[in-house]
Design a protein around this ligand. Structure first.
Ligand code: ANZ
Ligand code: ZN
Length: 862
């Protein structure tokens, strides 16, 4: 008998799959399609356990659906633009393109060695001109329709990285990449009008039943719709007014001062020439160095400066000092806050700090509030006071009444506000898709004519000091003539697009990745899209998924696609985690730097006891990473896949465990041995898959168990993607098959065993495909299991056999009951003890012993 040797089996089958083009798919109108997509990787170097887990989950679904008869599209490619390539190029004195393409080669071969069922003919890399020319084309279409625009705005700027950062890329005021201070800088930037779609994106959040609830909630929160009012506050001695957005217009009578964001254009104008000027401008400069996301945090120390100017409360005619304050954000609402210290905590803190007036306008019905004695703002519901004609009214009612009053008197109006801002897509980076625009001295901004696309990123340019983009310095790139007036005094745009743009439409490109006559072949997209199942990390719950939903709407509005939502179902898989080890002296340790075992490990460098830390996401900085390569070498792809699937359900975190991997490996060996043991005996047997009544005894039970297992595995995969319980069910079946060893000589045994072994091969094939294909061939078939149909079960084999169990007390027959054939010993005991007749004979005496004879009898000794 040959031993199970994964290396030989896996490379053999990978070759067969590749030469027979097993995974290649075409549109086929006669077949129902299934589009299974995993988030494509950034080609960072080599695949990590997170990739392995993500892609294994996806591969199981793809293979399963294919065996269910679907025409499955399962593509793979590379999210290949972005900054790490530039940083690596600087560090290695190389070029981002070289680094990227080399990584792609490495990672492609690693993915192939995992046995994933990708149609490699559809592979794409977003950094190729064939890809980004269509992104540029789409940009032009959007520009034509006014969906994109250029505007000066404040951005998070990292001097070290020489680029704009999204708010999410700023952590406590520091750049997430280099850790240096981020500052606010005013820059002209290209924007996509995603905010035009805020309402639609929000409404459809509730029409995504196949998405995890937490992701939908995060999206809703990010879009952030607030109902409220706009109110105009005239500025004293001026024709100008300040407009605020408030959700609490019921409190307008209590607004005693005004706060403007430091970036608000009025701040410097108002203070100009007053004695406050110097202080204000110093404050504004200081704020430019602060992180706006931190400024929004509730507990952040409030501070501000008086601008020297006043505005008038339009309802009370009260004079209100205008401040500029750190908690007022320029990118929310109008950038101005009417401050109501009695009823808003931030305003309250601010008023206390700077000695500003506090006026109560909403009070609880059962008691009075004293502004001088208050220690915090009153933010609950209540009755209106100090509010003129609205006094005595329920404050909720006043919300509507005051909004109506403002409207009638031209002092403001009811409105909604979204948190979602337009998407700034300009990056002052080199390794990205060039924005296809031209700046002409005469005509201003002029789009590149469609026939001039692609605007190719020069791949021979070298990065400048500090990672600065070389594009603005390359005359041969920037110099051009104006397509409109022909003037030679024109310059190409040197900003490149945010890499999130590439990942917002790659799934459409996969439908016809080599199409040259347009962004995609419409017929192919109509056939395949939307994606039926998308799988990826929850870290993309907001940005990538929201941008993708938005971009799909853009394509829809441009008449290019028929649907609005790109992903019908979404699965966000958990992280791959492992315990951390550290030494008080030397920080995080690699496992090999800790000698000894269990609790008593010592640092190999200093001998100090090792601290076993929390189980955390695998990360290079914590030295708790397992490289899939070592697993592949030691155990092979099938065991690696099996472990990822078996250790946890997909949406949960997976904790690394060497024992878990070994357990998986042992299981495969166990199946292998079983099959080896039975091949001779079953070789000429005619497989049995008939009515269970033709069988009896243990073989009948085994036969029923096979059908039960098929049913269980099918529903675990189909309904919940719970591969772990599916695998457990197959493990149980294998145990039962081992038990059938004693039946080797009964007439039906080889026939049922043959059915059992084939079923195991079929059921395991999505998870451990090489192993399953090899078994399938050992069992006398040829070709891949993937070409077979998923097994079905017989309803009549699922009916549980009823047995009559007799109960003895002290050896005498005292009762009987019926039970399912597969009831376990403990349950049989319980049933026996609960029997009335039996109870009578036990008569309260202590039970010494209970003996169960399987399927026959329970004897109770008292
Ligand atoms: C007066 C007021 C009184 C407010 C009160 C609240 C309570 P949400 O619900 O998140 O939409 N606000 C408006 N624009 C702002 C900006 N640019 N920066 C910081 N804060 C801003 O929040 C709306 C509330 O946030 C608004 O309602 C406003 O304060 C503040 F008892 O106006 B409120
Ligand atoms: Zn021109």
């Amino acid at each position: 008998d040959e031993k199970y040797s994964p290396k030989a089996i896996e490379s053999k089958w990978q070759k067969i799959w590749e030469t027979t083009k097993l995974f290649k798919v075409k549109e086929d109108p006669d077949k129902e399609k299934y589009y299974l997509l995993e988030m494509f990787p950034y080609p960072s170097g080599k695949i990590h356990m997170g990739h392995v887990r993500n892609y294994t989950i996806g591969d199981v679904v793809a293979r399963y659906k294919r065996m269910r008869g679907f025409n499955v599209l399962h593509p793979m490619g590379w999210d290949a633009f972005g900054m790490p390539a530039e940083n690596a190029a600087i560090a290695n004195n190389s070029h981002p393109a070289k680094w990227t393409y080399e990584n792609i080669d490495t990672m492609r071969s690693q993915l192939k060695s995992m046995g994933f069922s990708y149609d490699w003919d559809r592979e794409l890399a977003t950094c190729t001109p064939e890809y980004y020319r269509w992104e540029q084309w789409l940009f032009l279409k959007m520009y034509e329709k006014g969906m994109t625009y250029r505007k000066e705005s404040f951005v998070n700027w990292c001097e070290t990285c020489q680029t704009v950062l999204a708010n999410e890329q700023v952590e406590a005021g520091m750049c997430w990449r280099c850790g240096k201070q981020v500052r606010q800088k005013k820059l002209s930037q290209w924007f996509f009008r995603i905010s035009d779609y805020a309402e639609d994106l929000l409404i459809h959040c509730d029409k995504l039943p196949g998405w995890p609830e937490k992701v939908v909630t995060m999206q809703k929160h990010w879009i952030g719709k607030s109902f409220g009012a706009e109110i105009h506050f005239p500025i004293e001695n001026s024709d100008e007014k300040i407009t605020v957005f408030t959700t609490r217009q019921d409190t307008v009578f209590g607004a005693t001062f005004m706060c403007l964001a430091p970036e608000h254009p009025l701040v410097l104008t108002l203070s100009k020439g007053t004695e406050q000027e110097a202080e204000v401008s110093a404050f504004v400069d200081r704020m430019a160095l602060q992180d706006r996301s931190v400024r929004a945090v509730e507990s952040y120390e409030k501070e501000g400066v008086f601008t020297g100017a006043y505005c008038i409360n339009p309802l009370t005619r009260r004079k209100m000092p205008i401040y500029t304050a750190n908690f007022a954000l320029m990118e929310y609402g109008t950038g101005a806050v009417m401050s109501v210290p009695a009823h808003d905590q931030r305003d309250f803190d601010f008023a206390k700090k700077y000695g500003l007036d506090i006026i109560i306008v909403v009070k609880p019905s059962d008691k009075e509030l004293d502004p001088a004695a208050m220690t915090e703002a009153y933010t609950d519901q209540g009755v209106m006071v100090n509010s003129g004609q609205f006094d005595g009214m329920d404050n909720k009612k006043a919300l509507d009444e005051i909004a109506a009053y403002l409207d009638e008197n031209n002092l403001g109006k009811k409105t909604v506000n979204f948190r979602l801002r337009d998407w700034g897509i300009s990056r002052q980076r080199y390794w990205g898709a060039p924005i296809p625009m031209i700046h002409c001295k005469e005509c201003g901004i002029v789009p590149v004519p469609e026939e001039d696309l692609p605007i190719v990123l020069p791949e021979d340019a070298n990065l400048l000091e500090g990672g600065k983009s070389p594009l603005p310095t390359l005359d041969y790139f920037t110099k051009t003539t104006c397509p409109k007036c022909g003037s030679p005094d024109a310059r190409r745009e040197t900003d490149t697009m945010d890499t999130f743009v590439e990942s917002s439409w790659y799934y459409e490109r996969y439908c016809s990745p080599h199409y040259h006559d347009g962004i995609f072949d419409k017929a192919a997209v109509d056939y395949w899209m939307p994606v039926d199942q998308y799988i990826g990390g929850v870290e993309h719950a907001i940005l990538h998924l929201l941008y993708s939903r938005y971009y799909t709407r853009v394509l829809n509005d441009l008449g290019l696609v028929k649907y609005k939502e790109p992903f019908t179902r979404l699965l966000t898989q958990g992280m791959v985690c492992k315990e951390t080890l550290s030494c008080p002296e030397h920080g995080f340790l690699y496992p090999y730097e800790a000698k000894g075992s269990g609790e008593n490990r010592q640092c190999t460098k200093c001998g100090k006891p090792v601290v076993v830390g929390r189980v955390e996401k695998m990360s290079k900085s914590k030295n708790n990473v397992i490289d899939p390569k070592t697993l592949l070498e030691k155990y092979g792809a099938d065991t690696t896949r099996l472990f990822c699937l078996f250790a946890a359900p997909p949406e949960r975190d997976l904790e690394w465990s060497e024992q878990g991997v070994e357990g998986g490996h042992r299981f495969l060996n166990r199946v292998w041995r079983l099959v080896s043991d039975w091949t001779e005996l079953t070789k000429d047997a005619v497989l049995f898959n008939g009515n269970p009544d033709e069988l009896e005894g243990d073989i009948r039970d085994l036969y029923k168990k096979i059908h039960e297992t098929i049913k269980k595995v099918t529903s675990d995969i189909e309904d919940r993607f719970h591969f772990n319980t599916a695998i457990s069910a197959v493990m149980e079946l294998v145990n039962a098959m081992y038990d059938a060893d004693q039946q080797k000589n009964t007439p039906h045994a080889p026939r049922v065993m043959k059915f059992a072994m084939e079923s195991v091969a079929l059921l395991l094939s999505p998870m451990v495909p090489h192993f399953a294909d090899e078994l399938w061939n050992i069992l006398g078939h040829s070709g891949s299991v993937l070409l077979e149909s998923w097994p079905s079960y017989r309803e009549d084999a699922l009916v549980k056999d009823e047995l009559v169990i007799v109960v003895q007390v002290n050896g005498k027959l005292r009762g009987r009951f019926t039970a399912n054939a597969d009831t376990d010993d403990d349950a049989l005991k319980e049933k026996a003890l609960a029997n009335e007749q039996v109870q009578k004979f036990i008569n309260g005496k202590p039970i010494k012993k209970t003996i169960v004879v399987k399927k026959k009898l329970v004897n109770i000794v008292v």
